[in-house]
Write a protein that binds this ligand. Structure first.
Ligand code: BGC
Length: 402
């Protein structure tokens, strides 16, 4: 009997599940033989054993709201496990060139680990992804001071950003594939940002083997918004070894150089002749030892690229190829910028899924976004959102193998 989860399935709490077209409520298991009942109960775990995610390790109430993990499985067998705590993608199972599935994102086996200490593994980032200089900005003549949580600057939405809150979760069926809709209302003054911000993020694991992320937000007062997603990808082995051999393309002629605190200077600098030119596929490790001052400031790549876009629609902007597994990931977005961070601050102190210790540069982030510190750079594309306007952004991570 096929016991695997058949479609997008909430792993926990137990719900009636389809098994070979029969629906068996878990309460009804008592009438079955004990061995069969046990097998059925365990079937969720078996089907996800490669991802090693146990639903009960995420089932908990936080701030009065229920946290769980949800599994999306598309028509081709790709699986994404996502928790509504921080909207974290806990695992993402993608086949290699031989069709063997493997987890391509770094993360933890338990919710407690995420709560304890995470370098933003797999989460949603907001209200403002990336840095704001001195944690300060002005709107309509009023100065707002945010928490300075990163070398005197504000990083990733503050002390308790969108990565640390519980989102309301709803599974939605879409013609594209199984989806999880997450909503969160950030109150006026939360983390010292003005305006109540109503946010929706929908993750869809499409039948074209894409993890599609659609964001929207509305405010009741002028505010700044820059939402993004922070998966650390390792297409080779999910973080057991480094990402230096991954071949990266970023379609960008310019990037935003930074100061020592990783705040953009305001210049849009040409990548030509620098280690920042990824217009042709280049292994990430090849130029990391460069003496370019920007590489010193970032302690490697930790910069925003100014994407060469044709318009404002969803567009292919970057790709990563890992030669040993053959996995290939393309990034499409509606955003003007891309922060490429190559895991410079990973240092072996995070023990992740299945006991894997994440050493230096074992994951890479491709964070589609507006440019860092835009509130203080009127020349950059604006991140201000006013009442009556709708913030939207869409990003797609598309997987294949060759
Ligand atoms: C930033 C890095 C930071 C990392 C984890 C990235 O988005 O660019 O500087 O260390 O997030 O916090």
């Amino acid at each position: 009997m096929e016991l695997a989860v058949l479609d997008a399935t909430l792993l926990y709490p137990p719900t009636p599940r389809k098994v070979n077209a029969m629906t068996i409520p878990r309460d009804g298991l008592a009438v079955l033989g004990p061995a069969l009942a046990f097998a059925l109960l365990m079937s969720d775990y078996v089907s996800n054993s490669q991802a090693q995610i146990k639903p009960e390790a995420f089932h908990r109430t936080i701030d009065g709201s229920q946290v769980d993990v949800y599994m999306l499985k598309n028509a081709n067998g790709l699986e994404a496990t996502i928790t509504n705590y921080g909207g974290i993608v806990v695992s993402l199972m993608v086949p290699d060139k031989n069709g063997k599935p493997g987890d391509v994102v770094l993360g933890y086996d338990t919710l407690n680990d995420y709560i304890g200490n995470t370098p933003y593994f797999g989460c949603l980032v907001g209200r403002y992804g990336n840095r704001i200089a001195k944690g300060r900005f002005t709107i309509d003549g009023v100065v707002y001071q945010l928490a300075q949580n990163n070398l005197g600057n504000a990083l990733h939405g503050g002390l308790k950003g969108f990565d640390k809150v519980v989102w309301q979760a709803e599974k939605v069926d879409s013609s594209d594939g199984p989806a999880l809709k997450l909503t969160y209302t950030s109150k006026d003054g939360e983390e010292d940002y003005p305006g109540t911000l109503r946010c929706t993020v929908t993750y869809t694991l499409t039948n074209k083997n894409e993890l599609k992320i659609e964001y929207s937000a509305e405010t009741d007062k002028p505010t700044f918004v820059n939402l993004t997603h922070h998966s650390y990808f390792n297409l080779k082995d999910g973080g057991a070894s480094d990402i230096l051999g991954h071949e990266l393309v970023i379609k960008a002629s310019r990037f935003t150089p930074v100061d020592k605190g990783l705040i953009p200077t305001g210049e849009l600098r040409s990548v030509a002749g620098t280690p920042f030119d990824f217009n042709k596929p280049t292994a990430i490790g090849v130029r990391l030892a460069s003496e370019d001052e920007q590489m010193q400031f970032g302690t490697g790549y930790d910069h925003n690229w100014v994407l060469d876009r044709q318009g404002k629609d969803l567009e292919l902007v970057a790709s990563v190829y890992e030669p040993t597994s053959g996995r290939f990931m393309e990034v499409l977005t509606t955003e003007p910028g891309l922060q490429f961070y190559c895991g410079n601050f990973l240092n072996g102190t995070n023990k992740g899924k299945g006991g894997t210790v994440y050493q230096h540069r074992t994951g890479l982030c491709l964070e589609t976004q507006h440019f860092p510190d835009s509130p203080n750079h009127p020349d950059f594309p604006s991140t201000e959102l006013k009442p009556g306007e709708k913030y939207t952004q869409t990003t797609v991570y598309r997987f294949s193998a060759k």
